[in-house]
Ligand binder design. Structure first.
Ligand code: ATP
Ligand code: MG
Length: 190
């Protein structure tokens, strides 16, 4: 099994690139953000708990998303691997992922990172807000907090995966087609 991580700040284009990646490499795309939004839409206890955190631009507890990933790995069998989008987002989650992969006899294949500057994060999220209507895209304060959360809690993972020799950075400011071509050329190596 391959375990690819699709990494990057909010609005970097992870969701945009994921389906082409999943299709080409026969991976199951798992977005923790999408899974959490489904829970919120269905009004489950978990969704209710997650809602206030997400709308404040904070992260949900590590155990919650770790459980989602473990559950997916346990139940999905008919694929060549997984494409993890929005997970891991903290060092604790990255360490948990290493353990979960090891328990399946595997390891993280590569961390494919889409990088864009903070100003572009804001522009893209503002644009997306008018199309997708996500509550956490609509409010400036929430966006500021998501950017801060990314720098404080998620950015340290770059060093984590560099140290493991698994970090592949791609310039996310290019066109969708150019970014996709870059991603494929990196993934073909792993
Ligand atoms: P993108 O723009 O690439 O979709 P995003 O950061 O805007 O990225 P999601 O990945 O969809 O949005 O996540 C939305 C929210 O869900 C996050 O701000 C966070 O509150 C919560 N969330 C998603 N994944 C995790 C995670 N791994 N750990 C903790 N919270 C998470
Ligand atoms: Mg997303």
């Amino acid at each position: 099994m391959k375990y690819y991580i699709l990494f990057g700040p909010p609005g970097a284009g992870k969701g945009t690139q994921a389906s082409a990646m999943a299709e080409r490499y026969k991976l199951r795309h798992i977005s923790t953000g999408d899974l959490l939004r489904k829970e919120m839409a269905a009004g489950t206890p978990l969704g209710k708990k997650a809602k206030s955190l997400i709308e404040a631009g904070s992260l949900v507890p590590d155990e919650v998303v770790e459980g989602m990933i473990e559950n997916a790995f346990d139940t999905i069998k008919d694929v060549d691997g997984f494409l993890l989008d929005g997970f891991p987002r903290t060092t604790a989650q990255a360490e948990a992922l290493d353990k979960i992969c090891a328990s399946k006899g595997g390891e993280v294949t590569a961390c494919v990172s889409l990088m864009i500057p903070d100003e572009m994060i804001r522009e893209r999220i503002k644009h997306r807000a008018s199309i997708e209507g996500r509550a956490d895209d609509a409010n400036d304060e929430t966006i500021t907090n998501r950017i801060r959360t990314y720098h404080e809690q998620t950015e340290p993972l770059i060093a984590f995966y560099k140290k493991a020799g698994k970090y592949e950075e791609i310039d996310g400011t290019k066109t969708i087609d150019e970014v996709r071509a870059q991603i494929f050329s990196v993934m073909d190596k792993h």
